[in-house]
Design a protein around this ligand. Sequence first.
Ligand code: PLP
Length: 402
Amino acid sequence: MPQEVMRVYMDHGATTAVDPEVKKEMMKYFSEEYGNASQMYELGRNAAIAIQESRERVAKLIGASAPREIIFNSGGTEADNTALKGVMLNKRNKKKHMITSVIEHPAILRTAEFLETQGIKVTYLPVDEYGLVDPEVLKKEITKETALVSIMHANNEIGTIEPVKDLAEITHDAGGLFHTDAVQTVGKIPLDVQKLNIDLLSLSSHKIYGPKGVGALYKKQGIRLEPIMHGGGHEKGYRSGTENVSGIVGLGMATKKALEKLPEEKKRLTKMRNRLIDKLLKVEDSKLNGHRTKRLPHNANLVFKYVEGEALILRLDAIGIYGSTGSACSTTKLEASHVLLAIGLRHEIAHGSLRLTLGRWNTDKEVDYVIKKIPEIISELREMSAFRKDTEEFVMSLKDDH
Ligand SMILES: Cc1ncc(COP(=O)(O)O)c(C=O)c1O
């Protein structure tokens, strides 16, 4: 008898399915209300009205003081690029120093590296064993020359929520601007840019049950940015290019639903996440990555010693469980996650990580399935593993020889 295989998607940190209501709302803007929002006739006006409504919805979700503080774009990566390059390469900005952290998403890290090639000095703050940036360290590193501090609201891999309010205050005291990459937190935990005193914030639609390829940058009124896209002057000159109306409508609807569902979902997912973590920590030689409580409600990230992450993902895939690992294997090298290395995991241990990120449609039954299957698969893999406990010393000695 073939075994029943469930299909359990637990990779909502990577992306989410589009909510059916979001999809329904979007459809109209493909072939009925397809006007260009810059045109004065009715079809154009309708598109402009739909964009404005979405702007209001996004502004409401993050507590912006006015809808015009929202600049629509293609997603989190573009928002991060616009914030960093927009501040640091603005001709009016005479300060040539920025600060970020070592655990940021590549959209920040690679942009910061690019800025270094343009004469900007970048300081990368370390994190502690839980992935937390220490505000005291920021205090030591920030100077009057610091134009921008960019620290993520929560980490996409280990789910640690950073003390952004304190970090923003320190930044402002030193005369700098504070940006946060909130791609993983918007719609998941309460977030108010005014209360947190944030100047710039990145968000993305596809993490909150909206379509891919659309997102936004929150820019507090009065802040000047150098645009990275030049053209027809859309989005008040900050992001030229005919607006992706259906995408923006989708983001708006996704935002509205996220706000309505947030308190209840946060509670439900936290409970499921805790059950996942508690049960999986019963596996021998396992460890939680990230902070136990200062973490995203839907994120469980664990490391299983003597297991190779990619093998684990493939074995889980075969039984319908979709999660992710911190290691990325290419033909030439096996790279461990920069986040796991930054919190102090040894290279070979960082390779055995598993990230499960819960979402709107996950059920308790699915969690039961996952906590039953994972320990079985870990045992199987350990039986075969080159990193097995009794061979670890041997493998390590081989590594030392090369
Ligand atoms: C923290 C963080 N920043 C930025 C991004 C990039 O967002 P997008 O996929 O919308 O470009 C992601 C996506 O995984 C993310 O998790």
